[in-house]
Write a protein that binds this ligand. Sequence first.
Ligand code: SF4
Length: 244
Amino acid sequence: MWYFCLRSVVREYGWRFIARVGAKRPWSTLRAFREAAMLDAAEGSVLVGAARVASYAGSERPVVGAGFCLKPLDPPCPSGRANHDCLFLEQPVGCEPVEVPLACRACTIHLLGTRSLGAGAAFYVMTSARDILDDIFVPAMRRGAFASGLFVICRYSFRPFAFGLLASGMSGRLLPLERGDCRDYGTWLLADRGIKDEQTTIGAGGMAEVAGSLPRAAFPDAIRVERRGNVFYPVTGGRPSETG
Ligand code: SF4
């Protein structure tokens, strides 16, 4: 945790985090650091925050985030890899299955996205720490855009991620990638710059945990999606969900 943060503080993400979160809420940020440093991140998924939410049923303003490294490599994602895009989620409702690209049919982002949006949560394809700060942490802190989140990330970054989550006033669950995850600062930094040649997975157990953490799909067959900035939101009853 110390090593990660000290190396990050000289990078753009680090000083932006200090300026946009730490300087605004110094005591909360110190408390967040202490709590994140004490997190037991050795096994399984980890609950973060005072609320210690075990489930998102009834939770307000939830968001589900998944790393871009879950996008498929072979065949490759038609949206490209190190970005927030998912053409499948943005396609109009009612597309015939045959119109769905082969890569999308067994894509984990597809499964997580449709499950999350169908359950009423926002969905976010995570790329760099700087973008997560701009798209999730700062909007959560400034305007309460998100109260809780479920994030599929590498276990190596659990504590630093929990630090940002807590400092921005959120709580949530961190779920580890099963394979292909970054296990040291060097590989994490490359992935943060969009260089990640491994295909990561979360496995059947992880997917079941996601499903168990989210409320039962509210409108799985009639889902419409609106993209605002880099985040996807479900549209209910002709209006965007109150989330965000
Ligand atoms: S469903 Fe997966 S493969 Fe298809 S566009 Fe979205 S992220 Fe790419």
